[in-house]
Ligand binder design. Structure first.
Ligand SMILES: Cc1cc2nc3c(=O)[nH]c(=O)nc-3n(C[C@H](O)[C@H](O)[C@H](O)COP(=O)(O)OP(=O)(O)OC[C@H]3O[C@@H](n4cnc5c(N)ncnc54)[C@H](O)[C@@H]3O)c2cc1C
Length: 419
């Protein structure tokens, strides 16, 4: 494989493109918007990038923002409340390697320019089946990284792996400043703070580097459908919706209300949606019988509660690039795609399963592990510092017996009243 075509200039497409360019491949990316349109366009999701995904970017010399004070997170704090807003327990850990959070408009726009500087070809042309047909006759391999429109229908749903049939949360992302995420803690400490309120959903705060405003906060409301935080059918202005959430929290949960009591809305934009997590079959068959491979959101989509499968798009791009560069001598065909996906999924499935467990309700032994993490800092650190590699905790987190073995090793003593 020498000449590679990619549809979509986002996390998966650009990262794959850079990795292949670095090894001398000829890479063309087809995408629907210019870098200026991306930079000045509507808000994109604000994605937290953990290690090792961040390491892949650093290895490719794409870490333009890592030294920027506003772009990092130092600490992760999880607060659990009951349905009346009473605190149940807190888990917190300092992060050994700071994750990065950058406005994706800024990241993609700069990366697109950099891609061309490094010799990549960027063509502004939306992906269509006709384009894919042309590409498969000119390029050695073709990857599709957007699930939008006809591109999404090309890849069949993997019904065995796509266990959920409807969204478990309705999402609203606000952009705010002057949040007081952890009262009493130095404001310079950059925090990812999830607040889970029974029967209502989660309010997640994290700072990020905004393309125009520097360090500001995201407030991601992950509402249980039909619950008090659900804004899915609310058509009021962004300001009115924000004030609604603030009012609800005032009555529902004083601790979370305090975090946004004096917060100011940043821009008139907000992001709304609902995600039914799914996995697609990686092979897309064109009318001619030729094939293309799905990557990124075209391959698997997670609820963002656990940071979208913890950087699944980046990890898939990294794995595929490695397999192409290793060059096993086999052609790009259905068998190769299935083999690459099968190997990738052996690891990726752990994040997918844990992300789904987080939105569907943790099993009793997993709840116990979270409670134990609130008592023993070493457990909290193991969970939070492996957020980017959940496969490292999956062996005990997914198995009740192994969870108890692990918790005992860490010095957790079970109180009979908790059983
Ligand atoms: C609220 C929210 C929070 C999230 N938080 C996180 C997080 O913390 N961590 C994380 O890793 N992920 C997070 N995600 C998910 C993350 O943003 C995506 O998984 C990731 O961006 C997928 O990368 P991608 O390259 O597949 O697609 P995208 O980044 O969406 O890129 C797709 C590209 O394709 C282009 N395109 C679209 N349609 C076409 C077309 N028809 N033809 C050609 N090009 C097209 C787009 O312009 C874009 O350039 C979050 C998502 C949401 C909604």
């Amino acid at each position: 494989m020498n000449k590679i075509a990619i549809v979509g200039a986002g996390q998966a497409g650009l990262q794959l493109g850079f990795a292949l360019l670095a090894e001398g491949y000829r890479v063309t990316i087809f995408t629907d918007k210019t870098s200026e349109e991306v930079l000045n366009g509507p808000t994109l999701p604000v994605a937290i990038q953990y290690f090792p995904s961040l390491q892949y970017e650093q290895d490719l010399r794409l870490n333009f923002w890592y030294s920027h004070d506003a772009a990092k997170l130092d600490m992760c704090i999880f607060n659990m409340f009951n349905a009346t807003g009473t605190p149940l327990f807190n888990i917190s850990a300092r992060l050994n390697k700071a994750p990065q959070v950058v406005d994706l408009r800024l990241k993609y726009a700069i990366w697109m320019k950099e891609f061309e500087k490094r010799g990549g070809q960027l063509i502004i042309q939306p992906g269509t089946i006709e384009l894919l047909e042309q590409c498969t006759s000119v390029y050695d391999a073709v990857f599709v990284t957007t699930g939008k429109g006809a591109m999404g229908q090309l890849f069949e749903k993997d019904v065995e792996r796509s266990v959920l049939s409807r969204p478990q949360r309705h999402l609203t992302m606000f952009f705010v400043k002057n949040c007081h995420v952890v009262p009493g803690l130095d404001k310079d400490v950059r925090i990812n703070n999830m607040n889970a309120i029974e029967d209502a959903g989660e309010c997640i705060f994290y700072n990020f580097l905004h393309k125009d405003h520097g360090r500001v906060n995201v407030l991601l409301v992950e509402a249980i459908p039909g619950g008090v935080l659900d804004l899915s059918s609310n058509k009021a202005s962004v300001r009115e919706q924000f004030e609604y959430i603030r009012d609800v929290l005032r009555d529902l949960c004083a601790d979370v209300y305090d975090k946004i009591r004096y917060a100011e809305l940043l821009e008139g934009e907000l992001l709304k949606g609902a995600v039914t997590p799914y996995v697609k079959k990686p092979v897309g068959k064109l009318p001619s019988g030729r094939v293309v491979m799905a990557l990124g959101d075209a391959l698997a989509v997670y609820d963002p509660l656990a940071a979208q499968g913890l950087n699944a798009a980046s990890k898939a791009a990294h794995y595929v690039a490695t397999r192409i560069i290793e060059n096993d001598g086999r052609p790009f065909n259905e068998a190769w795609i299935n083999d690459v996906f099968g190997e990738y999924w052996k690891t990726a499935r752990h994040s997918y399963q844990i992300a789904n467990a987080m939105i569907c309700g943790l099993l009793p032994h997993q709840q116990m592990a979270f409670y134990a993490a609130s008592q023993i800092p070493g457990i909290a650190s193991d969970i939070m510092n492996n957020a980017g590699q959940l496969e490292k905790i999956a062996h005990w987190f997914n198995d009740p017996g192994q969870t108890m073995v692990y918790l005992c090793q860490k010095g957790f003593v079970m109180d009979e009243s908790l059983v």
